[in-house]
Design a protein around this ligand. Structure first.
Ligand code: AMP
Length: 259
């Protein structure tokens, strides 16, 4: 089974976001960019279903369930690095759709639809959300455009006989869905713990092929439909205070109206 994994290049999750002084967006100049963390989980999941995970106790991963993993990124030239990371983790080849502006989820979903039609995967595993725009839309939109079933926020994925069994963490428990393939799955945090690529695999990844495309190759007009009115920093936290006694603490909490 072929699996498509869309991987987005975003500001590294360890870095503090800086808003541009004119409030038009976030300043990304000279900052480290990395693969969206939920997409690392998506790549890891695809690789485990390809290679198996014999070291995990009671593993449900069967080697060979997935036979090919294609990592796709839509973004600037540098998004090639994000694809290379996916290739170093175990993806087989990449597709970079070059776009200079940060595209909205609908445009990304339309491009992914074009790639799905060209590649014919049985499964697309996306992150549940990109940590830069927090949209949580692309997987759902892609499922709608393709008219495929979707199972979002997966915390376990089992593949058997043309079906996926997806466990989702919902309020107060776990929900398990059975979906016919082809299908869309989006990853939640507890699906797995992604590996770090080893140095030999980083070297091997340099030789894996990446196809270069543009939105026009898929007939997609990527012009934005939304206008960002303003981006602002969250309000600064008020400083805390140290107290010497419990009485002082209680008095302070009363004064603040907490108790
Ligand atoms: P979002 O709907 O923007 O929160 O993104 C959800 C998921 O869609 C991400 O975790 C990625 O798997 C995928 N995605 C969104 N934008 C891109 C992009 N520019 N390139 C590749 N994948 C993307």
């Amino acid at each position: 089974m072929k699996v498509l994994v869309p991987v987005k290049r975003v500001l590294d999750y360890n870095l503090k976001v800086r808003v541009k002084p004119d409030g038009s967006g976030v300043d990304l100049s000279n900052l480290k960019m990395s693969m969206n963390p939920f997409d690392e989980i998506a790549v890891e999941e695809a690789v485990r279903h390809k290679e198996g995970a014999p070291n995990l106790p009671n593993s449900h991963y069967k080697a060979g369930a997935v036979t090919e993993i294609v990592a796709v990124s839509i973004g600037p030239e540098q998004a090639q690095e994000t694809i290379r990371t996916a290739l170093a983790m175990g993806a087989d080849r990449g597709v970079l759709v070059k776009a200079d502006a940060d595209l909205e989820p609908l445009a990304v979903a339309k491009i992914l639809k074009g790639i799905v039609e060209a590649e014919q995967p049985q499964l697309v595993i996306l992150g549940k959300q990109a940590i830069d725009d927090d949209s949580n839309q692309t997987g759902q939109m892609l499922a709608a455009l393709l008219d495929w079933p979707q199972a979002t926020f997966a915390s376990k994925l089992e593949l058997t006989n043309g079906r996926a069994s997806v466990t989702r963490e919902v309020d107060g428990g776990l929900q398990t869905l059975a979906v016919e393939l082809p299908a869309i799955v989006t990853t939640d945090l507890r699906l797995n713990e992604p590996r770090y690529a080893s140095l030999p695999n980083i070297m091997k990844a340099k030789k894996k092929p990446i196809d270069m495309k543009t939105p026009a190759d898929y007939g997609v007009d990527a012009a934005p439909r939304l206008a960002v009115v303003k981006v602002a920093e969250p309000p600064k936290r008020q400083g805390g205070a140290k107290v010497k006694t419990v009485d002082e603490l209680v008095a302070g909490l009363k004064a603040a109206g907490v108790i």
